[in-house]
Design a protein around this ligand. Structure first.
Ligand code: UD1
Length: 420
């Protein structure tokens, strides 16, 4: 299992290019199941999660041609609407094949995703939504077994805002008979990116980006070429790394307007931020004040940025409170940050962080994707050497992170360790 070894204390300086968004790429690649024509995607990030999804699509019979950051997919051949436990268990987002398979082929058998490090994360709202559209769904031996001659448009209210749930139902609705209205829909930019691609394919969608999305079903969709949006969480992670190390970094190929809540908090922490259409420059004005925050669905502060801010707050001036409202078990980085000397107390779904003058390097363990990013930031701040174990989590969602950080002056390297 690979490790990252970081010698901290260097302010990050320079330019970094932001990759395509993981959370946009995953649903977008599933749109290939909605058409017999070729889909072409550019700006595809080279990530483990993307490769897992490509493996899953290939296992169903999708023909995939990959050339660097461009991928062509075709599901003109016969498709087996089956997603095995082995492939789904490694990545929850695999459940995104359910809506497209069911609406185009009338049947699907998709493994339930099972447990997940950051909380229970059920898929009941995906299932309820499809049932409201007329699907017959049974859970058999850990699989969601779904049938529907033809899905029918419906008014669907989701009592919790769910990102992949909204995406799954939107993909199901584009080929359903009649009109579907998704209420309390997720407003995340990745949902908007998916809607835009579906519209390019011929879908009729209105209201994406708001909490009511209206989809008028069409009989068929065509192929299209689509460039995946920049990753706002990768962007946010580099912004926090720059601020926490007191650096000066220009992030290129990103969209500042998808990060308003994050930029607002960084400014509150005392960062100076300059944005253009496709870049963000960040540097600190003086001492890092840290920031209290509360996660909530977009456009509020993203849960996927909570852990990174906590690492920055660990060495900020004063006490801050971070409250997690989306996932029930998303503080696993706290005990690892404590190993580096952070003073953090957890009370229910809030963490109270009392800033300390410095962190000291130690060996820590990554527990999930964003917790890993938090430990990398902590390692960049800490004095001495930090070794991060189990970095396969990081490879799920950050493209060439050590290379990008090295280019910004960080002392970071990957150590390949033998598996016994
Ligand atoms: C997506 C993102 C993930 C991000 C999360 C919240 C992708 C691939 N992943 O995950 O990075 O952290 O949004 O912004 O886009 N819930 C239910 N029933 C359901 C579905 C969800 O109760 O059927 C609950 C979840 O347990 C959680 C909340 O809804 O408490 C939000 O989860 P959701 O938005 O669905 O997360 P994902 O789409 O899995």
């Amino acid at each position: 299992m690979d490790q990252l070894v970081i010698s901290g204390g260097v302010p990050l300086q320079g330019k970094v290019s932001i990759s395509g968004a993981k959370n946009a790429a995953l649903p977008l690649l599933c749109t290939t199941l909605l058409t017999s024509q070729v889909m072409t995607f550019t700006n595809v990030p080279n990530l483990k999660d993307v490769n897992t999804l490509l493996k899953l699509l290939a296992s169903m019979g999708v023909v995939i041609e990959q050339d660097q950051k461009q991928i062509q997919l075709s599901s003109s051949q016969s498709i087996a609407p089956f997603a095995s436990y082995d492939l789904v268990k490694t990545m929850r987002a695999s459940v995104l094949v359910l809506g497209p398979l069911l609406t185009r082929f009338g049947e699907a058998k998709v493994s339930l995703p099972g447990g997940c490090a950051i909380g229970e994360r059920p898929v009941d709202l995906h299932i309820k939504g499809l049932q409201a559209m007329g699907a017959e769904i049974e859970i058999e031996q850990g699989y969601i077994v779904a049938h529907a001659k033809k899905l029918k448009g419906a008014r669907i209210f989701m009592d919790t805002v769910t990102v992949t749930g909204t995406e799954n139902l939107m993909m199901a609705a584009v080929l359903a008979e009649g009109t579907t209205v998704l209420e309390n829909a997720a407003r995340e930019p990745e949902v908007v990116d998916l809607a835009q691609c579906l519209i390019n394919m011929g879908a009729k969608i209105k209201g994406h980006g708001s909490d009511v999305i209206t989809i008028e079903g069409v009989t068929q969709l065509g192929g299209t070429a689509y460039s995946i949006m920049p990753d706002r969480i990768e962007t946010g992670t580099f912004l926090v790394a720059a601020a926490a190390t007191g650096g000066d970094v220009l992030l290129q190929g990103t969209r500042a307007h998808s990060l308003d809540a994050v930029l607002d908090k960084l400014a509150e922490a005392n960062a100076l931020i300059d944005v253009t259409e496709d870049s963000i420059r960040i540097r600190m004005k003086g001492v890092n004040h840290g920031v209290s925050l509360r996660t909530a669905p977009y456009p509020a502060f993203p849960t996927d940025m909570q852990a990174q801010f906590m690492a920055m707050n660990a060495v900020a001036h004063g006490t801050t409170v971070v409250t997690e409202t989306i996932f029930e078990n998303r503080f696993m980085h706290v005990q690892e940050l404590r190993r580096l000397g952070a003073n953090i107390e957890v009370e229910g779904n809030s963490a109270i962080i009392r800033g300390v003058p410095k962190l000291d390097g130690a060996t820590v363990m990554a527990t999930d994707l964003r917790a890993s990013a938090s430990l990398v930031i902590a390692g960049l701040i800490a004095h001495g050497e930090t070794v991060i174990d189990r970095i396969y989590h990081l490879d799920r969602g950050y493209e060439c992170i050590e290379e990008k950080l090295s280019n910004l002056g960080a002392n970071i390297k990957r150590r390949v360790t033998e598996v016994h």
